[in-house]
Design a protein around this ligand. Structure first.
Ligand code: MIC
Ligand code: SF4
Length: 651
């Protein structure tokens, strides 16, 4: 039987376990990336683990998320990250150089390598043929120290692309189509691998849009073959030597195959408030729109913005629309500036935002109450824009720009403007002066790490105890995202200060005039009662932020019981010694209510060796069986009291 590309790359990196789908495996990590919102914790933990200098081929620390700088917190983080990278032998991409995923694709990505990033959109690297996986910061810290990354050997979903995209239909529409088929839940433990004749019609940035937003499927990663298009992209980036041809065997067998005919796709939109709530743009035509943004790591490449510039050239934006662009990298921004496209964009009435995450993570540019905002981003979770009750639609840059001109949704194929085809440049503008190279060991020793007072080393988890007397602090429904658990936006600046940040855990569920989740949790903690969170399907979707485990842990949450838990979040819970339990019978979700008192006995034995665990609901007078879907290593980490202690014990 022929091999998939996924398994070929895994095979080359396997350090532990058997490559059989469903089994726990460990793989060697060639490159890591961290960003400033997750990176401070990752580097603080890296330092606490005592792992010395980074041992990967390349570890890059980026500043891209926290750049609004209201107060000293963000800049404290930047200086810490810059100096700790210098101390540890990592690369450092300074604020303004661009979004980690875009810059990594341009300047570091290499076909066939493994990349582990403390950001859920790390699979962007799959666009260049990398096996690029998102993880919590602590897992990335271990990989920086030379440790393996552990995952479940995946099922591989093959997506066969045939035909080619028609004018005004974009690669964003491929992933929106796939989200309409696979949805955001039920895909844990899968990798999406693209193949077929249609692949060669897509440029590397187009492929990267698809693999980037593949994160919303909840899969481990997504990957494209590496072919002549990949070679040209690398050559244009002055990195031809990084190229190698890679593809699945022609007779590779996939666990499931989905065929997409690119020539039949039409412009689509993810409607509020989930990336899988898909409609065609034609169905939305005529709906008034007051804000449009082209940006984020999904759609802010040079070709995306050139298409926008060429469409805007000589035209004015609709007066009732605020339109902004946020170029993905300084390379993109600089090229637009040099060739005059930026002037066309400015002349149309657009606003120019920084090269960074910016409003994708609720840092400014929030939409007005009751208005529609249209964005080229990857996530439209409720409230993520910073406006309560927001109505955010996710579309391609093509749909976005014509919508901004009209002030209402319009199927770009019907807009009456000729589609401005944009050629990939033969040479990108290369200027790595904002990327600091790793220092030699000798030079590193002279570096003094700057630790501003807002950077607080996170508390370690308490060891597991055999009997848990707990109380349900919150019962929530399906598809709870890490944005629900740990909001970003205005609170993002507290990422390096857990006691401060923990105050807003689950704040979207707080009722006015009632004590907050944090207050109730700390009150229980002070009485030695464990906090429990109960949830439905697909708990912990979205971001890789380990603060969604770390802050609840700080507040005394010891157990999460859900119908299903998403991959990255589950790993983060384990890393912070919170026991992730899934209902053996999902109907038992109805047998636990908020405020119920629960008891779990023989927890240590169950975690050590059992697949089941008994939960007594003392309030309802019933017993519930939970499943412990844990690998041997997961069990060891929980029993050690979290990954930090586990790593120290095993270093
Ligand atoms: C996101 O898009 O939600 C983020 C912000 O990039 C997160 C990381 C974080 O929370 O810092 C992600 O995707 O992992
Ligand atoms: Fe940044 Fe948004 Fe991409 Fe997350 S999804 S890395 S916040 S641009």
């Amino acid at each position: 039987m022929g091999k998939t590309l996924t398994y070929k790359i895994l095979e080359r990196h396997l350090v532990q376990g058997r490559l059989v789908s469903g089994e726990s495996i460990g793989i060697r990590i060639d490159q890591t990336l961290t960003q400033d919102a997750t990176g401070t914790t990752a580097f603080l933990l890296f330092e606490s683990m005592g792992l010395g200098r980074v041992k990967t081929q390349k570890s890059v620390s980026y500043i891209d998320h926290n750049m609004s700088q209201f107060g000293p917190e963000n800049h404290n983080d930047h200086l810490y990250l810059q100096t700790v990278a210098a101390k540890s032998g990592a690369y450092h991409s300074r604020a303004g150089n661009g979004i980690c995923h875009q810059v990594h694709l341009e300047r570091f990505g290499e076909p066939g390598k493994t990349l582990l990033g403390s950001d859920s959109h790390t699979p962007t690297g799959g666009g260049i043929g990398m096996l690029a996986i998102g993880a919590g910061g602590m897992d990335v810290a271990v990989a920086m120290g030379g440790g393996a990354f552990y995952l479940t050997a995946p099922k591989v979903i093959g997506v066969e692309l045939v035909g080619s995209l028609r004018p005004w239909v974009a690669s964003k529409d491929i992933i929106l189509k796939l989200l309409s088929v696979l949805s955001t839940k039920g895909n844990v433990g899968c990798v999406v691998e693209y193949f077929g004749d249609g692949v060669k019609t897509l440029s590397v940035p187009q492929r990267a849009t698809v693999t980037n937003m593949g994160a919303e499927l909840g899969v481990t990663t997504s990957v494209f073959p590496s072919d002549e298009t990949t070679r040209s992209f690398l050559e244009a980036q002055g990195r031809a030597s990084a190229y190698q041809a890679l593809s699945a065997d022609p007779d590779a067998e996939y666990d499931r195959v989905i065929k997409i005919d690119l020539s039949k796709l039409e412009p689509m939109a993810a409607c509020p408030s989930s990336p899988d709530n898909i409609k065609t743009v034609a169905e939305l035509a005529g709906k008034k729109v007051n804000q449009v943004v082209v940006g984020s790591c999904t759609n802010s490449s040079y070709t995306d913005l050139m298409m926008v510039a060429n469409t805007l050239k000589g035209r004015k934006l609709h007066p009732m629309v605020e339109f902004a662009i946020a170029p993905g990298s300084r390379q993109v921004l600089n090229m637009l500036a040099e060739n005059g496209a930026l002037a066309d964009i400015i002349a149309s009435g657009a606003r120019i935002l920084e090269s960074g995450c910016g409003c994708c993570i609720g840092q400014g540019f929030s939409p007005a109450d009751g208005t529609i905002t249209v964005r080229t981003f990857n996530r439209n979770f409720a409230g993520r824009t910073g406006t309560k009750g927001d109505m955010a639609y996710l579309v391609s840059p093509e749909t976005a720009v014509v919508t901004a001109l009209r002030g209402e949704f319009v199927d770009p194929r019907e807009c009456g403007i000729d589609y401005p085809t944009v050629e990939m440049p033969e040479h990108f503008l290369i200027d790595d002066s904002m990327i600091e190279q790793p220092l030699s060991e000798e030079e590193s020793q002279k570096v003094e790490v700057m630790r501003g007072p807002t950077i607080v080393v996170p508390e370690s988890p308490q060891d597991l105890c055999d009997t848990i007397n707990g109380k349900v602090l919150l019962k929530c429904g399906d598809k709870i995202t890490t944005d629900h658990i740990m909001p970003a936006g205005a609170f993002l600046k507290y990422r390096s200060n857990v006691p401060e940040y923990a105050k807003v855990v689950f704040n979207c569920f707080n009722e006015e005039d009632e004590p907050t989740f944090a207050t109730r949790a700390l009150a229980l903690k002070s009485k030695g009662i464990a906090g429990v969170v109960v949830a439905g399907d697909s708990y912990g979707q979205g971001s890789s932020r380990e603060h969604a485990a770390l802050c609840p842990m700080y507040l005394g949450v010891r157990v999460v019981i859900a119908k299903t838990i998403e991959r990255i979040h589950k790993a983060n819970l384990i890393n912070f010694a919170i026991v992730p339990i899934e209902f053996a019978n999902p109907d038992d979700y109805d047998n636990i209510e908020a405020h119920d008192e629960l008891e779990i006995t023989s927890l240590l034995d169950s975690v050590k060796s059992s697949d089941n665990i008994k939960i007594v609901n003392k309030t309802q007078g019933c017993e519930i069986i939970g499943k412990l879907n844990l690998s041997k290593r997961d069990r060891e980490i929980l029993l050690s009291g979290g990954l930090l202690k586990y790593t120290r014990n095993n270093a």
